[in-house]
Ligand binder design. Structure first.
Ligand code: A3P
Length: 272
């Protein structure tokens, strides 16, 4: 596909920067980068490679829609521009702001088992702190405070999918929000991507030959335009072993929230 082989700084004739017609709104650690990179295989999709944080960060939102548009890649008229900022899903102002920009936008939300997501979130922060030579704690010390689950812990809050979804459903109908099963995307990416192609009304162009399993990484990697690449090493890091009582406490805490979420979206997932 030649249409994508250009430097994003140079404007190819016939292209423009466009406001996204679809946004990956989250969830943080759900597999948002994998989803974006895998969708980028499609010739009719162009993606903003960096997280924009337009709708969730007031200082960026204040810069206005032109600023936002200027961060988007060049695209042809038949292409769909996609940006991903995982922080949107849990930000209370994002739904209204996105709705105001484009009330018929198509939203993509990738979710995974909420307990798994907490551990993944903890792992990311753990490595960030190590890199910045800040003290680290084992996960049990953060998740449990005074013998009880520390429900104020941000990573736990972010996994309350029903709480956040409620904000989105005030502005968008269910058929505008496509949920990608992040646990499935890890194990078998193609079927999840084919559902997204349908949702975006795109021709099926992503194929099984676009993926190969990399034993060393332990994840699927991408083969596209004659190139093979895996996601950055920060994606798919081993998780710590978590004390089974703590795991059970997390799972018990999420149980009702999960059930509530399934009702909200008329769909269930095999989360613990
Ligand atoms: P872990 O690093 O905890 O395993 P995000 O991009 O939203 O931060 O999500 C990161 C998660 O994407 C990773 O969490 C990993 O499990 C998941 N993922 C899904 N498909 C992947 C792939 N092909 N390669 C690497 N990570 C993938």
């Amino acid at each position: 596909n030649e249409t994508k082989n250009y430097s994003p700084q140079v404007q190819p004739p016939g292209t423009n920067r466009r406001i996204p017609q679809s946004i990956i709104i989250g969830v943080r650690k759900g597999g948002t980068r994998a989803l974006l990179e895998m969708l980028d295989i499609h010739p009719e999709i162009v993606v903003a490679t960096t997280e924009v944080h337009f709708f969730d960060w007031d200082e960026n939102y204040a810069k206005g829609l032109e600023w936002y548009k200027n961060l988007m890649p060049f695209s042809y008229e038949n292409q769909i521009t996609v940006e991903k900022t995982p922080g949107y899903f849990t930000s209370s102002l994002s739904p209204e702001r996105i709705h105001e920009m484009n009330s018929s936008i198509k939203l993509l939300l990738i979710l995974r088992d909420p307990t798994e997501r907490v551990i993944s979130d903890y792992t990311q922060v753990y490595y960030n702190r190590l890199e910045n030579q800040k003290p680290v704690q084992v996960i049990e010390e953060i998740v449990i405070r005074n013998g009880a689950l520390n429900t104020k812990y941000k990573a736990i809050q972010r996994s309350l999918y029903d709480v956040h979804m409620e904000n989105w459903l005030k502005y968008f109908s269910l058929d505008q929000i496509h949920i990608v099963d992040g646990d499935t995307l890890i194990r078998d990416p193609l079927p999840e991507l084919q559902k997204v192609e349908k949702f975006l009304n795109l021709r099926p162009r992503i194929m099984s030959s676009n993926f190969y399993f990399n034993q060393t990484k332990g994840f699927y990697c991408i083969r596209s335009e004659g190139r093979e690449r895996c996601l950055h090493e920060s994606k798919g890091r081993p998780h710590p072993m978590v004390n089974s009582t703590v795991l059970e406490q997390l799972q018990a805490y999420f149980k009702d929230h999960n059930q509530n979420f399934y009702r909200m979206v008329n769909r269930s997932f095999d989360w613990h």
